[in-house]
Every structure is written in C-alpha cells, then in structure tokens.
Design a protein around this ligand. Structure first.
Ligand code: GLP
Length: 260
C-alpha cells in the first residue's frame, strides 16, 4: 500500500486527479471504476479543469460506477447517475456509450447484476478503481458483514449509512434503504485501487482500513490483500494512523527509488 498524506482537501483532490490523469495519458483507453460521495468531488473538478485547460482526453475512456441507490430514477437529483453526469461526464469528452452506472430501476436484479459483472470482464477488467470510504469502513455500499468475496448485488444500507447520506436528501425517510453495488470481490479484481478520504470523521475508518485486521467488519480492509493500492488522505483523515511517520518518510524518499 502506498499512503499519500496531503495537508488538506484541495491537496488530496489535486494529487488524486494527477494520478488519474497520468494513468489516462499512459493508457488512453483505460477502464476506470468511479465512486460518488462528497470526497471525490474535488478530484472530479480538477479532472474537468485538466480536460478544459490541458486537453486531457477522455474520448476512449470507459467507466464503471461502483453503485447506485435502488429505487431512484437516473434523473433524481440524488441518484448517482445524476451526480456523475452533473459533476463529471457533462464537462468532459467522454463517449456516453462507454459509461456504465448500475441501474436503480431494474426488477430482475440478479440477471442485471450478472450482466454488469460480465460487462466489466468483456472490456478487459477495471484498470484503476477509485474509492471513497464510509464512516464504518465500507467501500461501494459493501456494509460491515459483506462477504469479502461478494459480487455485484443488491445490499441493504446500514442505519449509519442512511444517517450519513440523509444530508443529501430532504430528510432521513427519503434516503433509499437499498443499493446495487459492486461487491468487494469485484473491486478486488481491479488492477489498481485508489482510495480517497478526507476529514477527521473518516480517521477511525482509515486506520482500520490500513492497519486493522482484514475483516468483513470493515470491508475496505480487504484492500490490504490487493497488490496495488494507493491511499490518498488529507491530514485530518490520517490522524489515527499508527505508522504515519513511516508513511510520510517512505513517500518522501520514494522518488529516489524511481531514479534507480
Ligand atoms: C456512500 C458511497 C461510497 C462513499 C461513501 C462516503 O456510502 N456508496 O462510495 O465512499 O458514501 O461518502 P462521502 O465521500 O460523502 O463521505
């Protein structure tokens, strides 16, 4: 795991965008796994800027989103469809035929989820999966207790997640109780993962993810078993890390290794 600690949210966002942009330049037909939530917003804004001002080209990029609330139509302002088009896709030159976001309206959920999994395989798998983290350590909507081998499926949201996400809705009762989400096993098959976290209310989850036991109680901890993971944090989100000094030191001297 590579742990990058930036002073603040802006630094975290710019660093993450820089990494995504570098991967796109190296492989223009890259397959990206994308996340929603307030955390990656700054990164998306920076990617839009890089597209508009520096010509970052998304025309051959394919994207798969992690999850979607079940029961919301794509035009619902709180749907992840709406979020992605509003905050990223409408502002870049992505081909809409290469954008995949789980549908929140399907009835034959099992068939649909299998189709989503097959689609990811058909394009050769996800090259870089972007992740946020829930307060309870979840990735996607893989709540505590989710199998670490789970695949795309419908999941009941934990009360804590409903509460956290209520800030985006008029009230708690409006928050959907289910979501379609890639599984932990699906995420783990990405060739590279990059998890972003900001703010002190994520510090405990980040510590468990990076240094805690690998456990379905904190589904992001499965990333400890992944061969290529970057964790980009701001100062506050890093405050509980026990080996923080080492991560900072290792990152500082990493550039010397690249020269060898
Ligand atoms: C939801 C999403 C996750 C996201 C998490 C944290 O549960 N399904 O993908 O990481 O919220 O969101 P935020 O970044 O707003 O704290």
């Amino acid at each position: 795991m590579r742990i990058i600690i930036e002073p603040d949210y802006e630094g975290m966002s710019k660093k993450a965008a820089q990494i995504v942009a570098e991967r796109i330049r190296n492989k223009p037909d890259i397959v990206l796994g994308l996340a929603t939530g307030s955390t990656p917003l700054g990164m998306y804004q920076e990617l839009v800027r890089l597209h508009k001002e520096e010509g970052l080209d998304f025309s051959k990029v394919t994207t798969f989103n992690l999850d979607e609330y079940w029961g919301l139509s794509p035009s619902h302002p709180q749907s992840y469809h709406y979020f992605m088009w509003n905050n990223l896709f409408s502002h870049i030159n992505i081909d809409p035929d290469r954008v995949y976001i789980p549908s929140g309206r399907v009835r034959d959920i099992k068939t649909y989820c299998q189709w989503y999994e097959d689609k990811i395989k058909q394009v050769g798998g996800i090259d870089l999966q972007i992740l946020g983290i829930g307060r309870d350590g979840h990735i996607g909507f893989n709540e505590p207790g989710s199998s670490l081998g789970s695949r795309t499926r419908i999941k009941t949201l934990a009360p804590e997640t409903v509460e956290d996400n209520a800030r985006f809705f008029k009230n708690k009762d409006e928050v959907p109780r289910y979501a379609i989400t890639m599984g932990v096993g699906t995420i783990m098959e990405a060739k590279e993962c990059m998890l972003l976290a900001s703010g002190k209310n994520k510090a405990e989850a980040v510590q468990k993810c990076v240094e805690g036991p690998v456990s379905s109680e904190c589904t992001s901890s499965a990333l400890q078993l992944h061969p290529k993971v970057i964790i980009v944090l701001d100062e506050e989100a890093s405050q509980n890390l026990k080996r923080k000094d080492y991560y900072i030191y290792a990152e500082r001297i990493a550039s010397r290794l690249e020269e060898i």
